[in-house]
Design a binder for this molecule. Sequence first.
Ligand code: NDP
Ligand code: MG
Length: 388
Amino acid sequence: MLKPKRIAILGSTGSIGTQVLDIISRYPGRFRPEVLTCKSSADLLIEQARRYKPARVVIANKSLYARVKDGLKDLPVEVMAGNEELEYAATLDEIDMVVAAMVGYAGMKPVLAAVKAGKNIALANKETLVVAGELILKEASKTGSKIVPIDSEHSAIFQCLEGENKKSVEKIVLTASGGPFLGYSYEQLQNVTAAEALKHPNWDMGDKITIDSATLMNKGLEAIEAKWLFNLPPEKIEVVIHPQSVIHSLVYFYDGSVKAQMGVPDMRIPILYALSYPERLQSDLPRLDLYKYENLTFKEPDRKIFRNLPLAFEALKTGGNMPCILNAANEVAVHGFLEGKTGFLQMPDVVEHAMSKTPFVADITLEILEASDYESRERAKDYLNQKF
Ligand code: NDP
Ligand code: MG
């Protein structure tokens, strides 16, 4: 009999994490959730553990250990707490696959540890590759760890490239919905709030990526993610606004042929693909009804208004620690915006300031990334406090 794939879900309580559990529950013999982790959603973690019966759970916030332990005292579930324990849980012998569904820079070290331990990765946490793509791929080539993307655009490109000679790729095109402020003028964007930005037209996602979608930073981060996943130079990576989010991305080949991957905007479809790869499993997930989409439209992004996109491309071209600097400052800016302290149009200013003030380093190591992440956050905070 087929043995179930034993999975560690890093970030099981988030938007991606809960959808991964939904998929896993549909195929009980195929997948087994072995480890569940979160930062501080103790009650949801307890509820998930009672329902899915993993062998272990890890809560990063140590002050919540006792609460989780108590909530699971009648079950044979090992409860752990802290960042090191979370990293350790991603490397255990009994794990076949790690789903990287944490958000932000915090997700990078556990993925690096898992890759070093030779685990296959289903990757949602794009910041991991943005910050440390070079290190992750170097380690993956040593250990044979395979990285399959969950991000819908990258899943699309990954699927379009199956069976193709990578040398025949002319370029890839990442589609972007354009977010809730598509078509807004500079004046209109001056007073938009986090509550308005959090209303994404097509996808229901965690707060950070929803704000990144509204500023187009998400697409910039995805361009950097694509560089590492598909080994492409910046000039072969393009972005197009496609508000319907039905074509998830495209690959242009050198004979003039173009492949696109389509589907309804439902993350469970790329999640299922990443978990089951190289197989496809039958599902009853929503089907694409072409008649509901009479008009599929495409337009150029407005790079003058949505300045995070060109800033991310600049970081992509510069390389070294620049994407790490970009990412760290963006995390500070998004946090400020969510708290109502930073204006929507100020976010690219924060990022640009940190990029110009944090020392550039071409050859990265983990230590350099840690220092650059710290330094960039400090420079971003300086900007927000106008201390420069
Ligand atoms: P959420 O904010 O919904 O979930 C994040 C998860 O990570 C939660 O389980 C959270 O725990 C955990 N977490 C956050 N910070 C830490 C930390 N410091 N230590 C340990 N655990 C932590 O995010 P999403 O699910 O929306 O996104 C996850 C990743 O996937 C992001 O990188 C995003 O860009 C990417 N992605 C998401 C898509 C989506 O549709 N949501 C689509 C494509 C990519 P807790 O609940 O306790 O806070
Ligand atoms: Mg995406």
